[in-house]
Design a protein around this ligand. Structure first.
Ligand SMILES: Cc1ncc(COP(=O)(O)O)c(C=O)c1O
Length: 449
């Protein structure tokens, strides 16, 4: 029977969940879990619903961190393809030999990446690996050493991508030194930036502040522009708080990059694949990046899969980079079907965007603790502050909201220092989205002091 509403039988964490969480902490590496994580032990999923080990039913507004864009447990069309593929071939050394399955996926990925130029694809298993490949392609092809990335960004946790990441100090604590040569610059965050510019009222001023920073403070004081291989960016910062930059930012950034022969690497690991109502989030900003990285939703929650799509002329020589699982036949078949289903959902996501715009604007009007609301499609961030004037972060209220929502049957995740992200599976219906938004408002009301 499909679920229609959340159903909380026992206050989470229930007895089974408590025991499993205790055992988890005994056995699994501590670093994977933040002490503020919600005590949710998921046993199964159905569409947009999650059922915990104590029988509580929740509405999911996380998509398992932007992975299960097609919901749970597996979209039926993707499941059918996966089962068929399993009976033919799952893995057969797709980087040493050849298989027919990775070719159609490469073609479809090339077709969804903007830019009327030749492209190629490298397959990997995760977001961090997709970005490591991008780092190597950029360095190899330009023979330049430096990178620029943005404060607040998250690009992964292996040593190369970690050096680009500037999200939380704990990610880097005791890991010095990571890859040298990365310069971090402010992201054009309209709500909160070093210059105090209201980027909603004055987007052009914010854009020029960031670009001047790069041109003057970086290229004239720190590193020569002609030794910078690439600028890495998230088209919307995900872990950093679902921050949407001004519309013109990337066009201007591209002009600057082109002037100095610098590549642009677009990290779509969290925002790509339909999340914003377009196949790639960068499509909202009108540029064609030189390299695009994908992971998370690419494998539809069935297979771990990353991809790096790059300009054909940047292609490194044989042996320069490779791996074991790239071109995995099962992963390739699943991802190709997944993209086809996501494509069919794009109009639905754009339609639902209106509901989120309207309901979250009302929320901001009603509650002082809501400092900022931003997003596109089904990718929304709500930032909590102690005082709208000083914009002091209010992580305590944010954390209460997460818990108050959970106990009412809505699963949410935090992001940034004091924001909540609302990222339901793209298959969510309008009625289900309304249920989630109602619970979210109740949780804000209950947490608001
Ligand atoms: C934008 C972005 N890039 C890269 C990553 C790293 O992906 P993974 O955890 O698969 O290595 C993440 C993960 O949250 C991300 O949000």
């Amino acid at each position: 029977m499909p679920y229609e509403r959340p159903l909380i039988r026992v206050e989470p964490p229930g007895p089974k969940a408590r025991e499993l969480i205790r055992r988890h902490h005994e056995l699994i590496m501590t670093s994977t879990h933040d002490p503020e994580n919600l005590p949710l032990v998921i046993e199964r999923g159905e569409g947009v619903w999650l059922v915990d080990v104590d029988g509580n039913v929740y509405l999911d507004f996380t998509s398992a961190i932007a992975v299960n864009n097609l919901g749970y447990p597996t979209h039926p069309e993707v499941a059918r393809v996966a089962i068929e593929q399993l009976s033919v071939l799952a893995h057969a050394a797709g980087t040493d030999f050849y298989n027919p399955y990775q070719i159609p996926l490469a073609e479809v990925l090339i077709s969804i990446a903007p830019g009327d130029f030749g492209k190629k694809v490298f397959f990997s298993n995760s977001g961090t690996e997709a970005n490591e490949a991008a780092i190597k392609i950029a360095r190899y092809s330009t023979n330049r050493k430096y990178f620029v990335s943005f404060i607040g960004s998250f690009h992964g946790r292996t040593m190369g991508s970690l050096s680009l990441t500037a999200s939380k100090p704990v990610h880097k604590k005791r890991f010095y030194m990571t890859m040298p040569g990365v310069i971090h610059v402010p992201y054009p965050n309209p709500y909160r930036n070093p210059w105090g510019v209201d980027g909603y009222e004055h987007p052009d001023e914010l854009v020029s502040r960031v670009l001047d920073f790069i041109e003057y403070w970086v290229f004239e004081h720190q590193v020569p522009a002609d030794e910078v291989a690439a600028v890495f960016f998230e088209p919307i910062q995900g872990e950093g708080g679902y921050v949407v930059p001004p519309k013109t930012f990337f066009v201007e950034l591209k002009k600057l990059a082109d002037k100095h022969g610098i590549l642009l690497v677009d990290d779509e690991v969290q925002m790509g694949l339909g999340r914003t109502g377009r196949m790639l989030a960068v499509e909202h900003f009108g540029i064609a990046p030189d390299i695009v990285t994908l992971a998370k939703a690419l494998g539809a929650g069935v297979v771990p899969l990353g991809a790096t799509i790059f300009r054909k002329d940047l292609d490194p020589e044989p042996g320069a980079h490779s791996n074991t699982f790239g071109g995995h036949a099962l992963a390739a078949a699943v991802a190709a079907k997944n993209i086809e289903v996501i494509k069919s959902l794009l109009p639905h996501v754009s339609e639902l965007e209106k509901l989120f715009i309207e309901r979250l604007a009302e929320l901001k009007e009603r509650y002082r603790a809501v400092g900022d609301v931003r997003g596109l499609g089904l990718a929304w961030g709500v930032e909590f502050v102690k005082d709208g004037r000083t914009k002091e972060h209010d992580a305590k209220t944010r954390n209460r909201v997460l818990y108050e929502a959970l106990r009412r049957g809505l699963v949410l995740l935090g992001c940034g220092k004091s924001a909540v992200r609302l990222i339901p599976p793209l298959i969510i219906t309008e009625e289900q989205a309304k249920i989630g938004l109602d619970i979210f408002e109740e949780a804000v009301k209950a947490s608001h002091s």
